[in-house]
Design a protein around this ligand. Structure first.
Ligand SMILES: C[S@@+](CC[C@H](N)C(=O)[O-])C[C@H]1O[C@@H](n2cnc3c(N)ncnc32)[C@H](O)[C@@H]1O
Length: 407
């Protein structure tokens, strides 16, 4: 029973409830991060949202969209902000660079590092920097330095920093040189269509990655922008995305989707609530045609049957593709939990062949990696001689090389 007598919809009550939720789900772990979330009035940084929406622990507030309706700026979800702040291990007096502004997260950082610390936040969009400055001033954080600019040409003048927090989906990571010795860099890094927030700690000239967390962020703009291939099929109901790989023929893929698929079942059974994001990372390691399929849940027409709404694995070639489906499997006798068997639908001339290949990858993952914590990520400078991992892959980027090693 709660003893809180404040009105249910009051920002103070909503804030206290959000903090309680973040502690309960383990996103907040330290008293410092808890105190910051309890102090900063999130609703004042997201005036476009109702206070109840602004204080939803799991949801972002979108603050700007481009001409195509895609979000280009948002106030990130509290659970992810809390986990990234915990990962950064900020201390009082620390010097912190935030890439991608909004104001709210910079205020949280300012609370943690205190007036003796330094917070610099940079954003490419004047709409974002103008409102972030205004909100920070009016809520009591006028000392946060808000900088307008493309973070690709980074903000070295106030560095080195004890922490760099990147709050935009980055394909590369040109910020390592801004870190002070012992500093931490938390980056939602995109590789082969996947985004994982990874905490990097310096080890000589390389950065060792810790705690990869599945997340989504608006993509970086400007000089660091990276285009993936996108094919809209079934009148836009289904989207395929592929990073690199063969050039997609959207017309051929659309015709392929209209045909009956080749169907096969893998014998791999997972519990309904079991995360399987290491499967995505395994597929990104072993197959350059690994991509994602997404079906718009808002459409009446549902020409595909992806196993999951978001980030459903697929293998995609120029005119054929195969993707993950699922069917109900017998419940676990002890726990009575819902279980699913993974299967594959293959479309197009090479659909059946791709379906067999995807099934084989899934069976290898099941045998060798399903109960494994996942690959080790390490970031090296672009010109470093990097030892090839025995099992793994090197993703060459403009400034760095991201190594994913399964050990
Ligand atoms: C998710 S929002 C940042 C959220 C914010 N830190 C908060 O308080 O929740 C991502 C921001 O990154 C910005 N951005 C995109 N590309 C950028 C770039 N190259 N340099 C700096 N900012 C960039 C966008 O304009 C957008 O405002």
């Amino acid at each position: 029973m709660t003893t809180d007598t404040r009105p249910l919809e009051s920002p103070e009550r909503l804030r206290a409830d959000m903090v309680a939720t973040l502690i309960e789900r383990g996103s907040i772990q330290s008293p410092e991060v808890e105190a910051a979330f309890a102090a900063v009035p999130r609703e004042r940084f997201a005036p476009e949202a109702a206070p109840s929406a602004a204080y939803s622990a799991m949801d972002v507030v979108i603050t700007k969209r481009n001409a195509e309706g895609k979000a280009t700026s948002s106030i990130s979800a509290p659970w992810l902000q809390a986990e990234m702040l915990e990962a950064a291990q900020l201390t009082r007096g620390a010097r912190v660079l935030e890439i991608g502004s909004g104001g709210y997260n910079a205020a949280l950082i300012a609370e943690i590092v205190g007036p003796e610390g330094l917070v610099v936040t940079v954003d490419i969009d004047p709409f974002v920097t103008e409102r972030a400055s205004r909100f920070l001033t009016s809520t009591g954080y006028p000392h946060v330095k808000v900088v307008l600019g493309d973070a690709e040409h980074a903000v070295g003048e106030f560095g080195p920093y004890d922490a760099v927090l990147v709050t935009v989906g980055a394909w590369d990571c040109p910020w390592g040189h801004l870190l002070a010795p012992g500093g931490r860099m938390v980056v939602p890094l995109r590789f082969h269509g996947l985004t994982r927030s990874i905490t990097f700690v310096r080890d000589g000239d390389r950065f060792v990655g810790l705690d990869p967390t599945v997340c989504g962020f608006v993509p970086i703009q400007g000089a660091g922008e990276h285009q993936e291939q996108v094919a809209a099929l079934g009148d836009g109901a289904v989207t395929l995305t592929l990073d690199g790989g063969p050039v997609l023929d959207a017309t051929a893929l659309d015709l392929a989707l209209a045909d009956d698929p080749a169907e096969l079942w893998t014998g791999v059974v997972v519990a309904g609530d079991e995360p399987f994001d290491t499967l995505h990372q395994w597929l990104a390691t072993v197959d350059t045609t690994f991509g994602l399929i997404w079906q718009d849940p808002g459409r009446d027409s549902k020409p595909a049957k992806p196993a999951v709404h978001w980030s459903c694995p697929a293998l995609i070639t120029s005119g054929s593709f195969a993707y993950l489906i699922k069917r109900e499997a017998p419940r676990d006798a002890k726990t009575d939990k819902v279980h699913h068997e993974f299967g594959i639908h293959g479309h197009g001339r090479h659909g059946a062949e791709l379906a067999h290949r995807l099934a084989a990858h899934i069976q290898t993952w099941e045998r060798d990696w399903r109960h494994h914590p996942g690959p080790q990520f390490t970031l090296y400078p672009a010109d470093a001689a990097v030892p090839a991992p025995a099992i793994g892959r090197i993703f060459p980027k403009r400034h760095t090389q991201l190594v994913m090693a399964w050990t």
